[in-house]
Ligand binder design. Sequence first.
Ligand SMILES: *Cc1c(COP(=O)(O)O)cnc(C)c1O
Length: 404
Amino acid sequence: MKVPFSPPRMDQKMADAVVDTLFSGWITTGPKTKLLEDNLSLYTGGKATVCLNSATAGLELALRWFGVKEGDEVILPAYTYCATANVVLHCGARPVLVDVSEDFNIDVDQIKKAITPHTKVIMPVDIAGMPVDYDAIYKLINDPEIKAKFRADSDEQKKLGRIMVLADAAHSIGATYKGRKSGVLADMSSFSFHAVKNLPTAEGGAVIINLPDIFDSAAVQKQLKTKSLHGQNKDALEKTKVGGWRYDIVEPGYKCNMTDIQAALGLVELERYDADMLVKRRQIFDAYTKKLEKYDWAELPEYDSEDKKSCYHIYMLRIKGVTEAQRDQIIQYISDEEVAVNVHFQPLPLLTAYKNYGYKMNDYPVSWDNYSREITLPVFYDISNEQINWVIDALVRGVEKTLA
Ligand SMILES: *Cc1c(COP(=O)(O)O)cnc(C)c1O
C-alpha cells in the first residue's frame, strides 16, 4: 500500500475559491489577501498581520525592519530548516547556533551563554508545532544584566531597548502556550503556508506583529508591506484605480507579496482549521502514539503538556539506542514498503553551506543525537486507518529487522 508523506488536503471548496478569484477581476495582492490578514489577526490575537509569499520572506523582512546588519548576531537553534539561518546571512549578520534540548526545541540555558553585545535577535523555532518556552526566553532578555549589554543601533532597536524575539513559527499556527496562540508568543512570528505545512496555500506565509504598545502596529504593518513590494508607497490595487497612477519608491524594497489566489486557499482552510484540520491531525497523532506505546524502542513525541498544545504538524519519532546508519536502514525498509517518511531536520552543521562557515556538528551533541535517531511519520488530512496501520507495520518490521 502506498502512503505519501503529506499531500495537501484539497476539495471542491478550495477549487471553487480559486476559480472565483481567477474570474473576480483581481488575482494578485488585493481584497482576499487583506481579509486573510484581518482573519489571521483575529485568529491569533495579533495586533496586525502581513501576508507574504513565504515564511522565509517574513523572517527576513522582520530582521531588516529591526535593522539587523553586518556585525550583528542572531541566535537560533542548530536544529532547524536552513531558512532560519539563511535570512540572517542575507542581512550580513552572523547566525549564532545553539544546541536544542531533548524536546527538539532551543535550549534556553544555551541561549544565555551565547548572548553578546552584538546579539540583536533570538529566533526560536516551534519544532513540529510545539511552542518553545517563551516565558523563559522573555525572562532572560528582560534580565537587567542582559538588557544592559544590548547595544541599540537603529531607531527600532532604541525603541525596543532589548533583544527582539522573532519566532520561526513556520510549523506552529494553531498551537498554544499557556493558553495563548502562536503568533502572540513573540514580538513577531512568521507562519508558513507552504504546500507541506498545516495550512497550505501552495507557497505563502504571514508575519504576525505583536510588539509592545510603544510601537504603532498599523505603522509597522505598513512598513513591512512597503518592503514587500519594492518600497512602493501604494499597493497594486490602489495604483490601478482610476486616477491613482502616481506613486513613490521610498526605499529599494523586495518583492515577496502574497497573491489573492493564495489568500483564497488560506481563507477556506483558516475558517475550518481548529474544528476540522487540527481535530483530524490530533486523531492521527493519537493513533500513532497508541500503537507505538508498547514498543520499548519507540521514543514518542510529546504534543500535549500542561503549558503547551501542539498543532500536530509533524510526528517526530525517535528510535532508542540506534546509530545514524541503523536509522537510515530502518528508513530503507520502510521505503521498500512504499511508505514515505522523512527526517526533520539535518542539523545545519551537517550541510555544506554551514560547514563552509565553520560550524561543527560536534558542538551540538543533543542536536546530533536527536537527528541520528529521528524518523518523521506521514501525517495528512486524508490518511486512512488502513494507511496508518500500514505505516506502523512497515516501521515495526523495519526496526525489528534492523535490531535483530
Ligand atoms: C518550512 C519552514 C520554513 C520556511 O517556510 P517557507 O514558507 O517555505 O518559507 C522555515 N522554517 C522552518 C522550521 C520550516 O519548516
